[in-house]
Design a protein around this ligand. Structure first.
Ligand code: PLP
Length: 382
């Protein structure tokens, strides 16, 4: 079976992990700070807080901007549930902005309209979580221009987009946002098994992210109330969580990060071949403008004439493990119970109903991709 996504681990990755196991601290040693520094260097952001998943990172990001009860967070329906759940962890309300059918990212037009309406109703969101879907960057300049005057915090859910570029700079630099959150889950650009990172250029936010992801505990005497009682001393300043990433995971991440450009290059080569070889099929392909700036975390097609379930089954029967991203968040029972209804976000729902995620990952061979393409031709030509 050819899966839709898969990690790539080489001997250097393994050696890096083994070295930690044999010679170093397993957690809170050198590897974490080194990985944080490397992520700052790669993305261009000033500060990095490692966490044990992007989900934890989104939660901490919401805490850092002081999202709480009575506040509203907006995100898009076509994402992994974590993009919205982060608000619920903080007791805040969630609402959604529909996507653009071409980019599959948040629709700037819809955002503009919804903000205007919210302003009139005195119900503006405190934060907006944008998702660079499949690794194609959102129009951050336009989003920033709409949100900044209204003091709405922008959090980039950049789980898909380590290695993507926006305006010729790496995504994650936070030039147009307050915080960007990365994921190192095995199907993402690089992996630490589980893991994530919170990037920001704002020192105050960075300090809060450190605090909230480490029990709310500090050893920094400048942050303490009163004097330190000695070198052993620490204080818990607020209620935080144990969301730390271990040094075993960080060593893997550091090694993987040295391969990220190679990973993304291969994904772009695979995407280019899909664009070339699928163009005559009854499929809506992703926006090609982004061929050399997207990370191509996902390569998603929309069926224009065929039944999605049937094509999905036929591909699986032929050993092609296509997937579907995502079940719109507002259609999950948990969100339905909060009052959301089918039909509220038609562009996201329509995309979901026709979407298929084709295999794309570093170790996908040319033969394997050729097979995916030829089986697709066979099924769709019928
Ligand atoms: C994978 C993913 C997450 C969650 O990442 P974890 O590291 O698994 O917690 C959040 N948002 C999006 C868009 C994702 O794809």
């Amino acid at each position: 079976m050819i899966n839709y996504g898969k990690h790539s681990i080489n001997q250097n990755d393994i050696a890096a992990v083994v070295d930690v196991l044999e010679n170093q601290f397993l957690t809170q040693g050198q590897q974490g700070p080194l990985f944080e520094k490397a992520l700052c260097h790669y993305t261009g952001a000033a500060h990095c807080t490692l966490v044990n998943s992007a989900t934890s990172g989104l939660h901490v990001a919401c805490m850092a901007i002081e999202l709480g009860k009575g506040d509203i967070l907006w995100t898009v329906p076509n994402s992994f549930a974590a993009s919205a759940n982060c608000a619920r962890y903080c007791g805040a309300e969630v609402d959604f902005v529909d996507i653009d059918s071409t980019t599959r990212n948040i629709s700037v037009v819809q955002l503009d309209n919804k903000l205007l309406q919210a302003q009139q109703n005195n119900a503006l969101p405190k934060a907006l979580v944008v998702v660079h879907f499949a690794g194609i960057s959102c129009d951050m300049q336009a989003i920033r221009a709409l949100c900044a005057p209204l003091k709405i915090a922008i959090i980039e859910d950049a789980a898909h987009s380590l290695g993507s570029q926006y305006l010729d700079k790496n995504v994650g630099n936070c030039q147009f946002s307050d915080i960007a959150v990365l994921s190192f889950h095995p199907v993402k650009s690089i992996t630490t098994a589980e893991g994530g990172a919170i990037m920001t250029n704002n020192e105050k936010l960075a300090k809060k992210c450190q605090l909230y992801s480490k029990h709310g505990i500090t050893r920094d005497t400048e942050l303490m109330q009163g004097a330190s009682e000695g070198p052993w001393y620490y204080q818990q300043l607020c209620l935080g969580y144990n969301y730390r990433l271990s040094d075993i995971h960080s060593a893997l991440g550091l090694s993987q990060l040295s391969r990220v450009d190679e990973f993304i290059h291969k994904r772009r080569v695979i995407a280019a071949k899909y664009f070339d070889r699928l163009q005559n099929l009854p499929l809506k392909l992703p926006q090609i403008d982004n061929i050399d700036s997207a990370s191509w975390h996902l390569y998603m097609v929309e069926l224009t004439q065929h039944n999605r379930a049937e094509v999905y089954e036929a591909l699986h029967a032929n050993g092609i493990g296509v997937n579907v991203h995502y079940i719109p968040i507002h259609l999950h029972p948990y969100y339905q119970e909060l009052g959301f209804e089918a039909g509220q976000f038609p562009v996201s729902e329509n995309f979901y109903n026709h979407a298929l995620t084709l295999p794309i990952y570093y170790d996908l061979s040319e033969d394997e991709q050729d097979r995916v393409i030829s089986v697709l031709h066979d099924i769709l030509a019928e």
